[in-house]
Design a protein around this ligand. Structure first.
Ligand code: AMP
Length: 187
C-alpha cells in the first residue's frame, strides 16, 4: 500500500493533479477540503463547526480535522494506495498522520510539494472562483488562505524533508507537463 501526500498552497493544482494520479495509479483519494464541503452541504455538526473556519480562510483546528481524517481513512477502501490532498496542513497533523499510518503498518512514501509563484496562485483562484461556487474563492479570502499557508502550512515541508520523503515539483506549466514531473517521481 502506497501513501502519497500532495501538498502546496491553495491554487497550486493539488486537486487537478490528484485526479490524474488516481486515474494512472488507481489510488484512493482523500481530500479534507472535499469532505468538509460535503459535510457543510449535509449540515452535520462537524460541517457547521468547520464552516466557520473555511469561510474566513482559516484552518479547521487540528483536533477536529485529525479526528475527521482518521474516520475517513478507516472508511476508505484502498487497493493500491491512498493520496492525501490538503492534509496535513500543520506539523501536528503530519505527526498524527504518521502515527495513524504506523497503525496500518505503513508510512508516507512520497510527499509531492507543488511550487507555484504567489501571483499565479491569486490569478488561478480568482479565475476558479468564477465557476467553482466556492465561498472561499474570492479575493479577500484567497489572500487570507495564502497567508495561512505561509505561516502555518509551509513549515510542514521541513517535517517531510527530515523524513526524507519530500519532493519539490515545479507547478507551473500545462497540466500534462506538471503531471509528467509527478510521474518522474512516482515511477
Ligand atoms: P481545500 O479544498 O484543500 O483548499 O480546503 C479548503 C478549506 O478547508 C481550507 O481553507 C481550510 O479552511 C479547510 N481545510 C481543508 N483541509 C484542512 C486541514 N488539513 N486542516 C485544516 N483545515 C483544512
Amino acid at each position: 500500500m502506497k501513501y502519497i501526500v500532495i501538498f502546496g498552497p491553495p491554487g497550486s493544482g493539488k486537486g487537478t493533479q490528484s485526479d490524474k494520479i488516481i486515474e494512472k495509479y488507481g489510488y484512493a483519494h482523500i481530500s479534507t477540503g472535499d469532505v468538509i464541503r460535503a459535510e457543510i452541504l449535509t449540515n452535520t455538526e462537524f460541517g457547521q463547526k468547520a464552516g466557520e473556519y473555511i469561510k474566513e480562510g482559516n484552518l479547521v483546528p487540528d483536533e477536529l480535522i485529525i479526528e475527521m481524517l482518521a474516520h475517513t481513512l478507516e472508511n476508505t477502501e484502498a487497493k493500491n494506495g491512498v493520496i492525501f490532498d490538503g492534509f496535513p496542513r500543520t506539523t501536528p497533523q503530519a505527526i498524527a498522520l504518521k502515527k495513524m499510518l504506523q497503525d496500518h503498518g505503513g508510512d508516507v512514501d512520497t510527499m509531492l510539494s507543488l511550487e507555484v509563484p504567489k501571483e499565479q496562485l491569486v490569478e488561478r483562484l480568482v479565475e476558479r472562483g468564477k465557476s467553482s461556487g466556492r465561498l472561499d474563492d474570492n479575493l479577500k479570502v484567497i489572500e487570507a488562505r495564502i497567508l495561512v499557508y505561509e505561516n502555518e502550512t509551509a513549515p510542514v515541508m521541513d517535517f517531510y524533508k527530515k523524513e526524507g520523503t519530500f519532493n519539490a515539483i515545479d507547478g507551473v506549466g500545462s497540466i500534462d507537463d506538471i503531471f509528467g514531473r509527478i510521474v518522474d517521481v512516482l515511477g
